[in-house]
Ligand binder design. Structure first.
Ligand SMILES: *Cc1c(COP(=O)(O)O)cnc(C)c1O
Length: 371
């Protein structure tokens, strides 16, 4: 929304509303802290804090003493550094998963960002920048970012290559932590133990949100949760120990009686089996409500699952509200789309998505309210 524009401010209440509960965020942090203790709990705030707002999220966490953050991009790191410094949190560490892309060296130095080095070339380039804090990512089986086993051996054989680095952290990342029985977890854990021992002694970190729930042997010195802070279930398929952080509600623009046998929406993909009452809501794929939810998702209202019928439009969805008493809803009411009743995990699952996508794709048209 255009800030400071009075005419637009006057539309307040007409758009869908996204309520972000920062106290729920902090209680999730504290739950993870108890779970991972004595390991340090950093906060992953990449992608605008999973879509919830980097500034509000980072300052809330810094306010309870969180002093270590992870971002994915240099640009995110610079933005976070400005936010933290403006509030006297200049001592906080900001690690950057992207590592040290060619051309990023002076930016990392200038904005006091810690690149997580992914290759020998990055190690050499960072060492040439002077003795600055750094981290090393070792790949233990995901084959995404990080030094390979062979490269760790090479460094082990040539330790002078690391002598100009102020090594703050050695990390790796689980590929399958959300599936506790996946055999790769144990393989990665053992590989991590073995490889970290070949590097100079430094604090080590392996676990994301799901990893924290694999048990204490995966906690090491620091854990790096993201999704669990924001209310996502770190162990899909089991009861979610986290508190929902977002509540999204969208206004009803129209309620229509649709006779049996009529179709609804683009492509006429849904045909009413009986006379139906359909609520049309002001929310669509432009707001991050994925098109794959059309004819698949259920929105729970008064303990009643309501089907999203027909295709999701750019700005609209149709909900079958036949099961809701007529006097219970009217045009203008806001229907809770996401929150305690319809969770980000449930909604994601219904459309072949993951809760990470639901959060990071939240649109810019919502009225955001932080509480
Ligand atoms: C995104 C990310 C995390 C956080 O993962 P969650 O599953 O959201 O807890 C941790 N470590 C790395 C390397 C990541 O890319």
């Amino acid at each position: 929304m255009i800030e400071g524009n009075e005419a637009i401010s006057a539309t307040k209440g007409l758009n869908a509303q996204l309520r972000i509960d920062l106290s729920a965020l902090l209680s999730n942090y504290n739950l993870l802290k108890n779970k991972a203790s004595p390991a340090k709990v950093a906060a992953v705030v990449k992608a605008d804090a999973y879509g919830l707002g980097l500034k509000e999220v980072a300052l809330a966490l810094a306010g309870i003493g969180v002093d270590c953050f992870f971002v994915a991009l240099v640009s995110e790191g610079i933005r976070l550094r400005e936010i933290l410094n403006a509030h006297r949190y200049e001592k906080a560490d900001i690690y950057n998963f992207a590592g040290l892309q060619p051309g990023a060296e002076s930016l990392c130095v200038k904005h006091n960002l810690i690149p997580i080095l992914n290759s020998i070339a990055e190690i050499d380039r960072w060492a040439a920048c002077g003795r600055k804090p750094t981290a090393i990512h070792i790949d233990t089986g995901m084959n995404r970012l990080g030094l390979s086993e062979g490269q760790v051996e090479d460094l082990h054989a040539a330790p002078e290559r690391l002598k100009d680095l102020d090594l703050k952290l050695v990390m790796s990342h689980f590929a399958c932590a959300d599936d506790p029985n996946h055999p790769l977890n144990q393989v990665q854990l053992e590989k991590f133990r073995n490889l970290k021992a070949k590097l100079p002694s430094a604090p080590v970190s392996l676990s994301n949100s799901a990893g924290i729930f694999l048990g204490p042997e995966t906690h090491f010195d620091m854990v790096r949760p993201g999704i669990a802070l924001y209310g996502g279930n770190p162990q899909p398929g089991t009861p979610n120990p986290m508190t929902p952080v977002i509540t999204l509600s969208a206004p009803i623009l129209q309620i229509r009686e649709v006779p049996a046998g009529q179709t609804i929406g683009y492509g006429a993909t849904y045909r009413t089996k009986a006379n139906s009452r359909i609520a049309v809501l002001s929310l669509g794929y432009a707001d991050g409500f994925l098109r794959s939810f059309g004819n698949n998702a259920k929105i729970v209202m008064d303990d009643t699952p309501l089907a999203v019928v027909g295709r999701v439009s750019m700005d609209l969805i149709a909900l079958d509200v036949t099961a809701i008493a007529k006097d219970r809803i009217k045009v203008g009411d806001k229907i809770e789309i996401l929150g305690a009743s319809t969770t980000i995990d449930d909604l994601a699952l219904s459309g072949g998505a993951i809760p990470y996508e639901i959060l990071t794709l939240l649109g810019q048209r919502y009225e955001r309210q932080y509480v």
